[in-house]
Design a protein around this ligand. Structure first.
Ligand SMILES: C[S@@+](CC[C@H](N)C(=O)[O-])C[C@H]1O[C@@H](n2cnc3c(N)ncnc32)[C@H](O)[C@@H]1O
Length: 267
């Protein structure tokens, strides 16, 4: 086995990650950036360094999984959104605005679009829009194309796949126009301090803040508070936390699913 293949085998074992899901180019780019950062000259040297350095293992794992996402990632969160959060909003105003912040390759905003389409079957006048933003233009292009391998659709039922995707001749599946037209994809840096939209009902910012420091996370919570309308919801990733300093801005709504509700006039 050559040095690169040996390193890949170790990465698969350490992170329980299947490297075949990624393009080789993608892995090589991320590896090179970690090798440069740690001053290692080649795959062999880096391999040895990685095995003996848990801190580097964490850094490499983060670098490799920076864009990782899934349709209906943590399905129980989407159940809460579908059954508890959106129906009262529809009853109240027939208008729903969601911001998927750090949307990566689009699986998250398309999951919300599927929920909204399914709820619209009973609410023909529903006016629904999802703002989907990311800092990475390459990944945003992939998101707006909406073309996925069959393996990406594992959390969807066969009938959802039939209703919302078109099977292509190359074996991939393309999101149908009725989902795409509910989403506005655009470039936005979450560290800019300005929300991408206002008067929002839900901000979904999940699994984005791994590289953010405390101050950046707190500024982000303030940005979302500003973007949300009255009693809007803020949904975080399962392993993310609201800092103490900004905790007066939100009240916990569903702690297990990391759903918070905006406090309109915090003290
Ligand atoms: C792991 S993915 C999360 C995707 C999706 N939210 C989910 O939970 O499945 C993290 C995404 O956040 C984006 N991101 C990181 N820093 C950002 C920033 N400052 N502004 C906007 N997006 C950012 C990355 O480009 C990446 O696509």
């Amino acid at each position: 086995m050559d040095d690169f293949s040996l390193l890949l085998a170790t990465i698969e074992k350490l992170f329980k990650l299947h490297c075949g899901n990624y393009k080789e180019d993608y892995i090589k780019r991320r590896l090179l950036s970690r090798m440069n950062a740690s001053g290692m000259q080649d795959y062999k040297e880096y391999h040895k360094f990685l095995i003996n350095n848990p801190e580097e293992q964490e850094k490499l794992k983060n670098a490799l999984t920076i864009n990782v996402t899934k349709f209906f990632r943590d399905p129980e969160v989407f159940e809460v959104v579908k059954k508890e959060l959106i129906p009262p909003i529809i009853r109240q105003k027939q208008r729903v605005r969601i911001w998927s912040a750090g949307c990566s390759s689009g699986e998250e905003p398309y999951s919300y679009a599927i929920i909204l389409t399914e709820l619209a079957l009973f609410n023909k006048d529903l006016d629904a829009l999802i703002y989907a933003t990311d800092i990475d233009d390459e990944i945003l292009k992939k998101a707006s194309e909406g073309i996925y391998d069959k393996s990406a659709l594992e959390n969807l039922s066969e009938s959802q796949i039939r209703r919302h995707f078109t099977a292509r001749s190359d074996g991939k599946f393309e999101v149908k126009p009725h989902l795409k037209e509910k989403i506005r994809f655009s470039h936005h840096d979450l560290m800019s301090g300005k929300p991408a939209a206002r008067n929002l009902d839900i901000v979904s910012c999940r699994n984005v803040t791994i590289y953010f420091n405390e101050k950046q996370k707190n500024d982000l919570a303030r940005e979302f508070h500003e973007g949300l309308g009255m009693e809007g919801y803020y949904i975080m990733g399962m392993s993310e936390f609201l800092g103490k300093e900004v905790s007066p801005l939100f009240r916990s709504y569903r702690p297990l699913q990391k759903v918070f509700i905006k406090v309109n006039n915090p003290l």
